[in-house]
Design a protein around this ligand. Structure first.
Ligand code: NDP
Length: 340
């Protein structure tokens, strides 16, 4: 079967491409300019008969994906901006929403062999801030972020803007399927991962080019620029990049996944937990890691949890341990020693 992966040069997408190729699929990846495909071509040279890169320079243009979806059986749409530097909402919301609706329109018109579309959404489209302990599942939508962004515009801040972009894009996808259900022969799966960590295989030539989640990880665990007080108070959920990649492959294969939102999380953490795991790895991949206040968060309750029971139930995926993710991330960082 032939799979289209959008934004193939991204942190998550490069692992999606690799996992698909290793599972025997033929893959067409889209990138914004030909030069962004060079690293991928070299990385997947041993699969060259089953891997091609095409350029889609502006995913917000009408018909941008018309050519890319031809002869495709499965679409994995990952391309969407993920950063916390947005100056105004449209910077993120337009590519997130237009990119998503645009690819669905192209699939409707020209994706005659497409059976399923998998979209990389996020727990950002689910997780509403809370002052009471809460466990979120797939029934919740982060409408407050959308509301806040509508009311305040740029003043909503980059985090709310990002969350609004993911919420609006995912909603637009489900609405599209509902409105077109009589005329489309494919179904939709959205994957909702929390923070994704682990070793990048996409092109990263300096630590300044790390994607947003791995940049956060580096700052908290290695360079210490994350506020120490926050190590024991900020919690979130995480998944390994290799597991979210596997999730994308399984989401295309499991019949039961069709029509579902699926939270793809391995569990919750405080940064201090990650720092403690990092310092326990023997031999240490990197010297002088952040230490914080060791053990301070052991057994501490989490304010916000995610119910990831669909991971096993629907996808049959058992995520790897935090220790694996942390060790392999540190080994990757160690490879940059002396380069920056
Ligand atoms: P990366 O920044 O590594 O990759 C993002 C990809 O999207 C790149 O291919 C990038 O292309 C493309 N992209 C970004 N902005 C645009 C745009 N305006 N027009 C066209 N393409 C664009 O991020 P990740 O791999 O982390 O993210 C991939 C997906 O996963 C996103 O949808 C993100 O929201 C989601 N996600 C990520 C999480 C994480 O922790 N990493 C957590 C939850 C969800 P280019 O390189 O040319 O900019």
């Amino acid at each position: 079967a032939k799979v289209l992966v959008t934004g193939a040069n991204g942190f998550i997408a490069a692992w999606v491409v690799r996992t698909l190729l290793e599972s025997g699929y033929t893959v067409r990846g889209t990138v914004r300019s030909a030069s962004k495909g060079e690293h991928l071509k070299a990385l997947f040279a041993s699969f060259q008969e089953r891997f091609e890169v095409v350029t889609v320079d502006d995913i917000t243009k009408d018909g941008a994906f018309d050519e890319a979806v031809k002869d495709i059986d499965l679409v994995e749409h990952t391309a969407s901006p993920f950063h916390f530097n947005a100056k105004e909402p449209d910077e993120l919301i337009v590519p997130a929403v237009r990119g998503t609706v645009g690819i669905l329109e192209s699939v409707k018109r020209y994706g005659t062999s497409v059976k399923r579309v998998v979209i990389t959404s996020s727990t950002a489209a689910i997780t509403v801030p809370s002052s009471e302990p809460v466990s979120y599942n797939e029934f919740t939508w982060n409408d407050p972020a959308v509301q806040k962004t509508k009311e305040l515009g740029a003043a909503a801040g980059p985090a709310a803007i990002y969350q609004a972009s993911k919420t609006l894009a995912e909603k637009a996808a489900w609405d599209f399927v509902e409105e077109n259900k009589a005329s489309i022969g494919w179904d939709l799966v959205t994957l909702n991962p929390p923070y994704v960590y682990g070793p990048p295989i996409n092109e990263v030539t300096s630590l300044k080019e790390l994607n947003t989640s791995m940049d956060n990880f580096y700052k908290a665990v290695v360079d210490g620029s994350q506020d120490a007080a926050k190590l024991a108070s900020n919690s979130a959920s995480w998944i390994d990049v290799r597991d979210i990649a596997k999730g994308h492959v399984l989401a295309g294969e499991k019949g039961e996944a069709g029509g579902q939102r699926i939270i793809v999380s391995a569990g919750e953490y405080y940064w201090q937990d990650i720092v403690d795991v990092a310092n326990s790895i023997d031999p240490a991949p990197l010297p002088n890691l952040v230490r914080g206040n060791p053990g301070a968060t052991k057994g501490k309750q989490f304010l916000i949890r995610h119910d990831a029971s669909k991971l096993d139930r629907v996808l049959g995926l058992k995520p790897r341990s935090l220790e694996d993710t942390v060790r392999d991330s540190l080994i990757m960082f160690a490879g940059f020693q002396g380069k920056n």
